[in-house]
Each structure stands twice: as structure tokens, then as C-alpha cells.
Design a protein around this ligand. Structure first.
Ligand SMILES: *Cc1c(COP(=O)(O)O)cnc(C)c1O
Length: 872
């Protein structure tokens, strides 16, 4: 029988235990072991049964049990201490408050609040609102912002089913199920109006329909995360399903999700500020293009206050940060222009927000672009005055990829910078390992910069300069972590074979798979083609030989989900699973179904080596290898993403890439062979090379070096700090500068840009003279440059005339250049001027220079901003 209505009855906690509710509803427990221990201690079996979910645990305790706990003075006291600690965490002045205090009230003040929009957030397995790296990164961003006291508000969607659960058929085919989540059973609080009714945001849809959403708030430490949910009364059947699942359908369903995220998200923020009194964000961060419509909504807000579209765009752009996450075209959202037209044109059009202006923002109007599509990343770049990729290499790749948006400028001048990703160590470091580091080195993520070097103290034990952690201890805890993974893998393989239909009589062998003493290599990630799940199978005999080596065996733990619509990915999984099913090797290689945060937390600490073999340069950053490194794992990876930047020869191994070999099969052959060689000749011998104390000293040297030098870099606190200082703070300053004085500066900037665009076709370099360098130019000579230019209607102050100089190639291309502004030297009639200056010849070798004119205005974040340049 189907229920016509459902709700979850909440447990009423006795007064003595009310604080438990606060502990359970602030997700800080997910990275704070002492809080988790309180819940686990109530009933360890029940805690395991509810998969470590405090809200579920409290819900499952009967009144009798609660009565006993309430009468247990020692327990009540522990809870009180824990909640007091939480209150300190929530209220103390942290890194951000200490930095902010110097600038309060000034034009340079740090932003009072920052909104962070993302289609997914991976915070804990209890709130499965993520599919992979993008979501995990967003979760780590919020947690680290909380640890630093950065006033961020997260904005996302609450998916009724979250991401799917993966299981396997008997013959290794991926099967997806979508367990429904009940928001009342999650650590969320419904946002309510003053009168107690659920607050809601609404959006108009074509055909006179309206989409309503409730707003749920999760507390991520001190960071609120607002999640919009359309499964609410008042919505028609189709509208209810908008947030049914993460990346559910394609096309229109996806568009509606993104409209809800962007437009609905801004409205939810306004509600949040009204209801809670929280400050209105000064900076908006789009985590990938999916959230791009937030800019359209903010333009709409300003247009209704009387600004033109262009004026509003300036105000919005200045305060918006856009992060691109992928160089893989399939990872970028594109919609048909017609579809966008249906949502912003015709009856749906808003005064002052012409549909052609919206379409123009997502238009691929550059060489190689598709004129029929609306590209969300392109819109993100046009709406974000500041943009970044997620590793140095990815920044460079992105500048090349989006070069067409800044015509006339070389890729290196494209205004897309990079902030290399990081990970939230309290979430990802094994608690026992973290406790050891805290006790011996005083190490946590906030002290990582100073304390990490403690790992390098390897002096003699017992001596005054003795090691903080001896080789023997380090090796013992690494073995313990590996052993726990082995146990966990056996449990999971048992469960998987039950689901695959095996009877207990057939699965006795699983008790003996893997070993806590064998070199363990991990590989877990989503399964898009470019990540090459099956590269390791390229030469099955060689892989077998590595697994079954008589003295130096290797064991492999593999996991990963394929996108439900990606049959090719599912075939790769099947191929791998079939290999792991082979009785000859099944004790040395396992595939664990349903990769998620919970599995990841067991996997990283237990692996000695973390393998990553993407097709360079398609892995924008990658973060799993960072999590491994923080647990003392060594990376074995293609030089892509973050590893390209931080591999130093001693913190792991670089698999040589055959980047440039055109034939993909040959490229796979070459890279797989290099991988096998490395494992056989470098990795395994080091791991098994034991010293007199039984520990592999040379291996542990690499582990110590990794912990000491990579440890501080891979922290998400380092990453969030960079976002604050390099992007949020400048965006806040720029946004404030345009918003002051009734938005007059935004009007002025829009007006100026229009006049520069209109007048640019008359801007040119007429003639360049130079002097000061003789027949044989020498280092130290001063080159005097004088450029005669025409500016038409523009004034000298509207432009910068630059000499661009540097090394030239045989084709006369200046490949590594510097620019130097020339000064106005003379004014002629009819808009003609002379600009002059000097350049010192600093290096020997082929040298060249040219002169160019670019627009100049204090409100431009980069000279390339307008895509206008006049070259000599
Ligand atoms: C870290 C993590 C990822 C992302 O890993 P990549 O290295 O970026 O592929 C994906 N899923 C889970 C569960 C993770 O913990």
C-alpha cells in the first residue's frame, strides 16, 4: 500500500541531552573525532549500523535508553564539554578575523561575506550530495573556510536521491540505485519565515508555471550551506522533480536545475539575510559554469533598481569570481540557444534584460565555436571579472582553451589565473595518524607550515635530537593503516559477492584476500575515458607478474563509478572486474563497488602508493593523490594537474607521458610499459628493501619527505587563503568601488567601455622611431622608443601605449615578453599623439620589440579585459 503522505517523527531528547542535538546538527563532527567518539560511545554497534550518522543514531535510541543516558552524570558532562568546545570553535577570532581587524571600515576591508555556489557539495557520506572531485572540493572549501573563520555561505541544491549507489551484476556490469533521502532525517534545518511557515523562493517557468523551492540550511562548522529543494507542496509533479537527482536528466531538466541554483540561489541568499540578519555577500564565487545564472539574477536585481544592462553587468562582474574545473569539453555544460530563448525570451522576458544580451553572454562567437549553443563556462568567464583554473598547468591549458574570448591577445595574457586545489586534512587524514602527528609534532592543518618539518627529524633514538617519530613507529602505524584497509576490503568484497548472487559456500576465499604486509597500490576515481581505469590491464601478463612476484608482490585496490549514461565507462569497469575475478590473481587485486567518501576515508590511509594515469593534460588538478600524501602515501602518477607542479623527484614517481604521440593505442602502450617498469624496478625494490630494524629505511625517507614538504602545500586552508587574498579581497574592493555613490561608478565604467569600443576602430599606431642603440647592440644599452599614434575620439588617458619587448624566435615572434608603458610626449592636432620611453637591453641574444595600444581604466582587472588591442 502506498502512503499518501510521509514524515519523520523526531526524537525528543531529555533536557539533559539537548546539547546532543546541536552536536549532531553541526557537521563539524564529520571532521572532529572527539565529537564522533561521543556518538559512537553511546552504542558502538548501533553506530556502525547507522553508518556513523549522528542524527540517525539519536533517532534510533528509544526513550528508555535516552533516560539512562540522561541519568549518567559523566556522559552528560562529556556532552557539555563537547558543546562548549563547539561554541568556542564557532565564535573565536580565527585567521580571517585577525587579518580583517586591521582593515575594518576601510575601502580595502576584507569582504563581510562571500557566497560560494556549487552544484554539488561532498561534506560527509551522511549527506550524499556529490558525484566526484568537484563536490568533494566544494566540501573541503567550506570546511577549511570554517577552520579559518572565512565568512562564506555555500549555496547548492538538495537532491532527493543524491548520487547513485553502485553495485555489480554477476558478470561485472555496473548497476545504479537511487536511495531516497528524507530531509527530515538529515542534519538540516528548514528555513522558516517569522510566522513559522517554511520560507520559499519561486521562479517563473515557461507556460505560466511557477517553480517553488524550500531552503534547507546545513551547518558546516561556522559556514552555513543553503540547499534548495523543489519537492514541496504547491509545485506540480514535474516541478517537484527538478531536484530529484544529481545530474539526472540532460537538456531541459539540467537547465532547470541550473536556473534554480543560480537564480533561486541568489533569492535564497536574500531570504537568508532577511530571516537571520546575516550580511549580504559582497563577493560571489561560481564553482564551475553550472552556477552561472547567479550573475543573470544579480543583473536583474540591479536593472530593477534603474540600471541599464551594461551598467549592471559591470557591477556584477567586478564582484564575481569564476573557477573553471575541466579542460574536457564533455565536462562543460552547453545548452541549445533555443532552449535558453524559451526561458528568457517571449513572455518570460524581463524589462531591461533582453534575451539577446543573455544569449550573447554564453555565445561561442570565436573561431571553432558552435553558433547554436549556449556555453555555461563562457558565460561564467564573461560574468566573472576574476577567473582561475585549479593548478598551474590547468591555468595554462585554460588560457589556451578560452583564448578566443580575448581576441588580439596571446594565450599567456588571457586573464585566467590559477589556484591549485587542496584538501581538508582533518577529513582525510586517518585519525590515529593525525593523533600521532598532533602529539609528537604539534601538527594540524593550521600549523602545517611550521610543524611538518618535524617529520624530517631522524636523529638517533634516545639522543637529545632524537626523531619525533622513529622509523619503527612510522612503519608500524603505516602497517596498521594498511591492515585496516585489508579488513575493510574483505568486508566490502564479501558484500559485493552477496549482491552478485554468490552463496556463502562460494566465498570462503575472500577471508584471505590481500595482505597487511604486501605493497598496496590504490586507484579510485570516477571513470571517464581520460582517467584510463584500465591502463594497468594493457599487458595483462605483465600485471599478473607484478601481482604474483615471488619476493616482491604488489596488491591493487581499485574503485570507481561510471556516469549512469556512460556505457563505455561501464565496459571498462566490467573489463577490470573480470580480471579481478580470476582465481589466479583475485587475492592480489580487488574492485570495491560504490566509491564514496566513506570508502575514500578508509582507502587513502591504507595505500602505500596512489596511482593516477590520466591522459595529460586532461586532469585539471586531481585531489585524491593529495589525500594519500597526507597519510604518508607516495604518488605514482602521470605529470598532470597538481602532480605536474609539485612532483620533486623524491616525493613519489612520475610516469613518463607520451603526450604528443598521436596514435592513442601506441600512447597507451608506451605509458603502460613505463608504469610496469617503474613498479618493478623502483617502487617494489624500495618498499621491500628492509633495514636491520625490519623497516624499509629508504622508503620511509620518501614518506617523511612527502609529509614534510607536500603536507603544507596540499592543505585546503592554503587554497582558501589564496582565494581570499588573490581573488575575494580584490573582487570585494572592485565591487565596492563600483557600488558606492548610488552605483555611479558602475554607470561611468559602462559608459567608458562603450565609448572605447565605439572609438576603437580609429585607434592605431602610425609610426615608431627608435634610437640609442648602435650598430652592435650590447647588454646595458638603452633603446629609446617614440611611437606616433592616432586615438580618434579617445583621450590619451583612455589608453596605454606599450612597448612589448623580449626574446624573438627565428620567425620574428616575441615569445617571452615584457611590456612597458610609454609616456605621453607630445600632442598634435586631430587626435594624434607621440608617446616615448626607454627600454634597457638586459639579456644577450635575439631581441625584438613592437608597440601596441590597449585600453586603460582603474576599473579594469586586466589590460586584456575588453579584448581590444591595436598593434603596430
Ligand atoms: C577525492 C575524491 C574524489 C576526487 O579524486 P580525483 O583525484 O580528483 O579524481 C572523488 N571521489 C571521492 C569520494 C573522493 O574522496
Amino acid at each position: 500500500m502506498r502512503a499518501i503522505r510521509r514524515f519523520t517523527v523526531r526524537t525528543l531528547l531529555p533536557a539533559e541531552l539537548r546539547d546532543l542535538d546541536e552536536l549532531a546538527h553541526n557537521l563539524r563532527w564529520s571532521w572532529h573525532a572527539p565529537s564522533r567518539e561521543i556518538f559512537a560511545g553511546i552504542d558502538p554497534d548501533l553506530w556502525a549500523e547507522v553508518h556513523g550518522d549522528p542524527v540517525a543514531l539519536l533517532g534510533a535510541l528509544g526513550p528508555e535508553r535516552l533516560g539512562v543516558l540522561a541519568a549518567d552524570g559523566a556522559f552528560v558532562e562529556r556532552v557539555r564539554v563537547a558543546v562548549t568546545d563547539l561554541h568556542h570553535y564557532l565564535q573565536d577570532d580565527l585567521w580571517y578575523q585577525r587579518r580583517a581587524s586591521s582593515g575594518v571600515g576601510t575601502a580595502d576591508a576584507l569582504p563581510s561575506a562571500i557566497a560560494y555556489f556549487s552544484p554539488e557539495f561532498g561534506i560527509t557520506s551522511v549527506l550524499p550530495q556529490y558525484s566526484g572531485g568537484l563536490g568533494i572540493l566544494a566540501g573541503d572549501h567550506l570546511k577549511s573556510a570554517s577552520d579559518l573563520g572565512v565568512p562564506i555561505v555555500g549555496v547548492g541544491l538538495l537532491y532527493g536521491a543524491g548520487y547513485f549507489k553502485q553495485s555489480l551484476t554477476r558478470d561485472g556490469w555496473q548497476v545504479e540505485t537511487y536511495p531516497l533521502l528524507d530531509p527530515d532525517g538529515l542534519p538540516l534545518t528548514l528555513l522558516r519565515d517569522d510566522d513559522g511557515t517554511p520560507a520559499r523562493v519561486s521562479l517563473d517557468l515557461p507556460g505560466g508555471r511557477v517553480l517553488h523551492a524550500h531552503v534547507w540550511a546545513a551547518a558546516v562548522g561556522r559556514v552555513p550551506l543553503l540547499l534548495l529543494d523543489t519537492d514541496v507542496p504547491g509545485n506540480d509533479e514535474a516541478a517537484r522533480k527538478v531536484t530529484d537527482r544529481l545530474y539526472g536528466g540532460g537538456g531541459e531538466h539540467r537547465l532547470q536545475q541550473e536556473l534554480l541554483l543560480g537564480v533561486g540561489g541568489v533569492r535564497a541568499l536574500r531570504l537568508w539575510s532577511r530571516v537571520t540578519g546575516a550580511p549580504v555577500p559582497e563577493v560571489y564565487h561560481m564553482n564551475e559554469g553550472h552556477a552561472g545564472f547567479l550573475g543573470v539574477e544579480r543583473i536583474r536585481e540591479l536593472v530593477t533598481q534603474g540600471l541599464t544592462f551594461d551598467e549592471a553587468l559591470e557591477a556584477v562582474r567586478a564582484a564575481t569570481v569564476f573557477t573553471t574545473h575541466t579542460p574536457v569539453p564533455a565536462g562543460i555544460d552547453r545548452f541549445g540557444r533555443d532552449l535558453i530563448g524559451q526561458y528568457f525570451g517571449g513572455d518570460m522576458a524581463v524589462d531591461g534584460l533582453p534575451v539577446d544580451r543573455i544569449l550573447a553572454m554564453g555565445a561561442e562567437d570565436y573561431d571553432g565555436g558552435d553558433p547554436t549553443v549556449f556555453n555555461m563556462a563562457v558565460m561564467g568567464l564573461r560574468l566573472g571579472g576574476r577567473a582561475n583554473g585549479v593548478s598551474l598547468l590547468h591555468g595554462q591549458v585554460s588560457r589556451g582553451m578560452f583564448e578566443g574570448l580575448w581576441p588580439g591577445f596571446d594565450a599567456r595574457e588571457v586573464p585566467i589565473t590559477s589556484v591549485t586545489n587542496g584538501v581538508h586534512s582533518p577529513t582525510w587524514v586517518d585519525p590515529a595518524f593525525a593523533a600521532l602527528a598532533a602529539e609528537r609534532l604539534g601538527l594540524d592543518e593550521l600549523t602545517a607550515d611550521d610543524a611538518s618539518s618535524g617529520w624530517l627529524r631522524t636523529g638517533r633514538e634516545g639522543a637529545g635530537d632524537g626523531p619525533a617519530v622513529s622509523d619503527g613507529e612510522l612503519w608500524a602505524i603505516r602497517r596498521e593503516m594498511r591492515g585496516r584497509l585489508v579488513d575493510e576490503a574483505r568486508r566490502r568484497v564479501h558484500r559485493s559477492w552477496r549482491e552478485r548472487g554468490a552463496s556463502p559456500a562460494e566465498t570462503g576465499w575472500i577471508d584471505d584476500i590481500l595482505s597487511p604486509d604486501v605493497l598496496t597500490i590504490g586507484f579510485a576515481r570516477r571513470v571517464p575515458t581520460y582517467k584510463r581505469l584500465t591502463l594497468m590491464l594493457r599487458d595483462p601478463d605483465r600485471l599478473k607478474a607484478l601481482l604474483l612476484h615471488p619476493e616482491r608482490p604488489v596488491q591493487l585496490v581499485v574503485a570507481g563509478k561510471s556516469h549512469p549514461a556512460d556505457d563505455q565507462g561501464k565496459r571498462l569497469i566490467q573489463q577490470l572486474v573480470r580480471f579481478t575475478d580470476d582465481p589466479e590473481v583475485r587475492h592480489r587485486i580487488v574492485f570495491l563497488p560504490n566509491y564514496d567518501i566513506a570508502m575514500a576515508q578508509a582507502l587513502y590511509p591504507g595505500c602505500d602508493v596512489w596511482l593516477n594515469n590520466p591522459l595529460r593534460p586532461l586532469e585539471a588538478s586531481g585531489t585524491s593523490g593529495m589525500k594519500s600524501a597526507l597519510n604518508g602515501g607516495l604518488n605514482l602518477s602521470i605529470l598532470d594537474g597538481w602532480w605536474d607542479e609539485w612532483f620533486d623527484g623524491e616525493n613519489g614517481w612520475a610516469i613518463p607521458t607520451a603526450d604528443g604521440v598521436e596514435d592513442p593505442d601506441r600512447r597507451d602502450d608506451l605509458e603502460a610499459a613505463a608504469l610496469y617498469d617503474l613498479v618493478e624496478q623502483e617502487v617494489a625494490p624500495r618498499f621491500y628493501g628492509r633495514d636491520a630494524d625490519g623497516a624499509p629505511g629508504r622508503w620511509l625517507e620518501m614518506v617523511r619527505h612527502t609529509l614534510a614538504t607536500l603536507g603544507p602545500k596540499v592543505q585546503a586552508t592554503r587554497m582558501v587563503g589564496e582565494y581570499v587574498t588573490r581573488l575575494y579581497a580584490p573582487a570585494a574592493v572592485a565591487g565596492r568601488a563600483l557600488a558606492g555613490d548610488g552605483l555611479e561608478p558602475a554607470r561611468e565604467l559602462a559608459h567608458w567601455k562603450r565609448s572605447v569600443r565605439d572609438g576603437w576602430d580609429r585607434v592605431r599606431v602610425d609610426h615608431v622611431d627608435s634610437s640609442g642603440v648602435g650598430e652592435v647592440p650590447q647588454v646595458g644599452d638603452l633603446l629609446t622608443v617614440r611611437a606616433y599614434v592616432s586615438l580618434g575620439e579617445l583621450q590619451p588617458g583612455d589608453v596605454e601605449v606599450q612597448v612589448v619587448h623580449g626574446h624573438v624566435t627565428e620567425e620574428d615572434v616575441i615569445d617571452a615578453y615584457t611590456t612597458r608603458p610609454l609616456a605621453l610626449a607630445e600632442t598634435f592636432e586631430a587626435g594624434r599623439y607621440a608617446f616615448a620611453g626607454e627600454v634597457a637591453l638586459e639579456a644577450s641574444g635575439p631581441f625584438g620589440y613592437t608597440v601596441r595600444i590597449v585600453p586603460r581604466h582603474a576599473g579594469l582587472p586586466s589590460p586584456a579585459e575588453l579584448g581590444l588591442v591595436a598593434n603596430a
